[in-house]
Design a protein around this ligand. Structure first.
Ligand SMILES: Nc1nc2c(ncn2[C@@H]2O[C@H](COP(=O)(O)OP(=O)(O)OP(=O)(O)O)[C@@H](O)[C@H]2O)c(=O)[nH]1
Ligand SMILES: [Mg+2]
Length: 329
């Protein structure tokens, strides 16, 4: 039986033949179905179009699901004593600085957009490690995935480039971009908190390339405008000037303490400290060592911050960085 196909239908069919993507194919098929003459002679064709539409929709759904479950480079698994995200404009030396602090073999190049995905690297600090996350450059707005990464981190390094006259504009881009994402940097001694949708995060304002000509002038301009919004430090990843000071400052930013547990009558385990938030007590340490120990803790002795070594202290005794604690259960 002749199908008596209309010009509209033939056009849609041609569209379908040329379509490359699933949405294009689906649109063409829908148009074919809408324009095909509805009579007995086209029944088989109608069924065929419907079958193709159903198959494509299934395929689209499968792709959508596999995309959402795909590896997300901005979801960086946390390791070590804390996670600090490194952000800044293109070519500021973010990767060079992270490499100087961690020894990681990151790609450093004399052109922008070298780093394309977040790259975690471990920074040794005395007997512990802090995770730094190098990121792609901020040029305009801070993209959603980067904002999410910063929000979930313990702090950030805002790295700016003291070798360029654009440094003030670049600073405005980064600070303004953070503000629009409701992330507000505070100095390292400030209070990290989430309040009314705003994430307050401790931050270090790093002026990199301090070795460059006129870097000093630019640094003082930068300090005038932004020095109060994050703890400032000028460094050079090239000459390593200021790099060790930055390492200590990053540890300070975390507001954590290291505590060494010591079984009664034995030497303390100095290799692997417990990392606790600043202000933690003997009881917090006990809980960290073993959940049961909170209940079973009888007494504790402290070497370090206590007035004399091995002093017996109360359960709510506030511990200090590098204390050695003997827990008696
Ligand atoms: N003079 C000087 N140059 C530096 C310093 N640190 C980095 N550079 C140079 O700056 C350029 C950019 O360094 P990168 O580390 O790739 O910069 P980046 O911020 O990671 O750049 P993107 O990944 O593109 O965002 C390279 O040519 C580095 O050698 C420094 O302290 N002093
Ligand atoms: Mg880089």
């Amino acid at each position: 039986m002749p199908a008596n196909l209309t010009p509209e239908f033939l056009e849609a069919q041609e569209e379908y033949r040329k379509a490359e993507t699933i949405p294009e194919k689906l649109a063409a098929l829908e148009r074919m179905l809408a324009t095909i003459p509805k009579h007995k002679g086209t029944e088989k064709m109608q069924a065929d179009i419907k079958r193709r539409i159903a198959k494509l929709k299934e395929e689209a759904e499968r792709q959508r699901r596999s995309k959402t479950s795909r590896y997300d480079p901005f979801a960086v698994e946390r390791h070590g004593a804390g996670q600090v995200v490194v952000v800044g404009p293109p070519n500021a030396g973010k990767s060079a600085l992270v490499a100087a602090l961690t020894g990681a073999p990151l790609e450093v190049a004399d052109y922008p957009f070298t780093t394309q995905e977040p790259e975690p690297a471990m920074m040794p600090y005395e007997d512990i490690q802090v995770q730094l996350v190098d990121t792609p450059p901020v040029v305009d707005e801070i993209e959603g995935p980067l904002a999410a990464l910063i929000r979930s981190a313990d702090g950030l390094l805002i790295v700016l480039d003291l070798s360029t006259d654009e440094v003030l504009d670049q600073a405005e881009t980064v600070f303004g971009g953070l503000e629009r994402r409701r992330i507000r940097p505070v100095p390292v001694d400030g209070d990290a908190r989430d309040e009314a949708g705003v994430a307050f995060r401790r931050a270090i304002l790093v002026g990199n390339k301090a070795d460059a000509p006129d870097a000093e002038v630019r640094w003082s301009l930068l300090l005038d405008s932004y020095g109060h919004r994050a703890t400032p430090l000028a460094v050079s990843s090239r000459t390593r000037a200021g790099v060790e000071e930055l390492r200590r400052l990053i540890f300070r930013l975390l507001h954590v303490i290291r505590v060494y547990a010591k079984p009664p009558g034995q030497k303390p385990d100095l290799d692997k400290p417990f990392i606790l938030p600043e202000g933690s007590t003997v009881l917090d340490l006990a809980e960290e060592v073993h959940r049961d120990w909170v209940r079973r803790l009888k007494m504790a002795r402290v070497w370090g911050s206590a007035e004399f070594g091995g002093q017996a202290v109360a359960r709510n005794y506030p511990l200090k960085d590098k204390d050695i604690v003997e827990l008696h259960v």
